[in-house]
Design a protein around this ligand. Structure first.
Ligand SMILES: [Zn+2]
Length: 447
């Protein structure tokens, strides 16, 4: 069973710039690196004798004060917010676990084959598809369900979809190297690399553990290797910036004594919230039971879907079912682990995410965003960035026209140097100028 879970999260999005001038017609190639589970303060608390790989990123580019993830502050919803600019209620990936009552199907981060079903993903086109349609040769490494085809068959040129990997950085080192090589030698202009080692260790051992510290150091070594590869190939051009602080611990809440299988169809998710579809006319009774639940006390808010507060942006989608229970700040809902739970069971963990981060609550859910490169302003500390804004930064970086989204380009405008063109008229791209590479390292850290 989970015990004493610590709460944290951070999205690091670092952009590395390589040679290439602003006056160039074509934007420099872009590498986006998503480091899952990198809480916003890890680079400080696990700094040890220094983390030159990270520090080079955030010391040489533009950085957000912090990034507010979308609610729920979990992996799949936020991965998809990053690449669509939409809140989960609009892009449809509303949790790591989803119950589609109409189709009687379950989406689960633990069942990646089932999660590949295009039906889950049909609400919003991801950035890599827009990029592919726009003529960018795109390569994705362990990044979400990049293998889901769009419009009857559009896929990125290279896709190795998400899977759970061994907790070492071998994949990361290899993927960084392959990404750089593909850009230099194979005509790619967009590479998106995901790695989950820090997230994995954070869940198992907790954010302050020596295992997380080791994972941060190993990740730093992989980043240093990336920097070296770029430098050896004459593909770099940088400048500096820095990081943040925060940490918290949560009390756990047990909702099981207040749920009855005869009344409840499913209990979906755990942690920051649960979604409870009830058996037809029993909604009022279940609401009342949860509101009076002695093992939960005053530490949750129980909402009818239609009454979920606006700042959460979590009520518009049909997959959000009728009762939404959200833990108050400082609390988490223990995995129910009943026959009707989704997931049915959950392993033990020392850290987690998914909590309500609206209105300044649970600041450990915050993430970071760094950007370094020829397009990015050196030494700039931008303000607070919402997760939905990051999509606009990605589109602007490669001069693609974003789809309509919930983010605001103005919130990330400070990241860019004056004179960076807004959008390329010619989206067809020939050869990539060799010494022109830009990388975004984005680490979504949720623990
Ligand atoms: Zn996680």
């Amino acid at each position: 069973m989970p015990r004493r879970p610590a709460v944290l999260l951070a999205v690091v999005c670092v952009c590395v710039g390589v040679w290439g001038s602003i006056s160039t017609q074509k934007p420099p190639p872009l590498i986006v690196i998503l480091l899952d589970g990198v809480r916003w303060d890890y680079v400080n608390i696990h700094r040890g004798n220094g983390l030159p790989g990270f520090e080079r990123f955030f010391s040489q580019g533009a950085a957000a004060e912090y990034v507010n993830p979308a609610f729920p502050t979990n992996s799949f919803p936020n991965w998809h917010t990053i690449v669509t600019g939409l809140y989960p209620e609009s892009h449809g990936i509303i949790g790591n676990y989803i119950y589609d009552r109409e189709a009687s199907k379950v989406f689960s981060i633990d069942d990646l084959e089932g999660a590949k079903d295009p039906a889950w993903w049909s609400d919003a086109e991801p950035f890599w598809i827009t990029a592919t349609k726009g003529g960018l040769q795109s390569a994705l490494f362990l990044w979400s369900r990049c293998d889901v085809p769009w419009d009857g068959g559009v896929l990125p040129r290279h896709c190795d979809p998400f899977r759970f990997a061994a907790p070492n950085t071998d994949n990361m080192v290899q993927n960084f190297r392959q990404a750089v090589d593909m850009i230099q030698n194979q005509g790619y202009s967009l590479a998106m690399v995901y790695d989950g080692i820090i997230d994995t260790q954070g869940h198992y051992f907790g954010p302050a553990s020596s295992e997380v510290a080791a994972a941060v150091r190993d990740t730093d070594a992989a980043l240093q290797q990336l920097w070296k590869d770029l430098s050896d190939r004459d593909m770099i051009d940088n400048r500096p910036r820095d990081g943040l602080d925060g940490q918290g611990r949560c009390g756990e809440l047990d909702v099981v004594p207040c749920l009855e299988e005869s009344q409840v169809e499913k209990v979906v998710e755990y942690g920051g919230y649960i979604n409870v579809p009830t058996k037809s006319w029993l909604c009022d009774g279940v609401m009342e039971s949860l509101r009076r639940c002695p093992t939960v006390g005053e530490n949750v808010n129980v909402f009818l879907k239609k009454d979920v507060p606006e700042p959460l942006h979590y009520k518009a989608h049909r997959l959000i079912l009728e009762i939404v229970v959200i833990a108050k700040e400082g609390y988490m809902i223990r995995p129910p682990q009943t026959a009707y739970s989704v997931p049915e069971s959950a392993g033990s963990y020392e850290g987690n995410h998914g909590l309500d981060n609206t209105n300044g609550r649970n600041p450990d859910m915050r993430a970071v965003l760094y950007a370094v490169g020829p397009y990015f302003a050196p030494g700039v500390r931008a303000g607070v960035v919402e997760q939905v804004d990051v999509y606009n930064l990605l589109c602007r970086s490669v001069q693609l026209q974003c789809h309509a989204n919930n983010g605001t380009l103005a919130h990330v405008e400070a990241f860019f140097r004056p004179g960076v063109p807004l959008q390329s008229s010619a989206m067809s791209r020939g050869g990539i100028p060799l010494a022109a590479l830009m990388a975004i390292v984005s680490a979504l850290l949720l623990l």
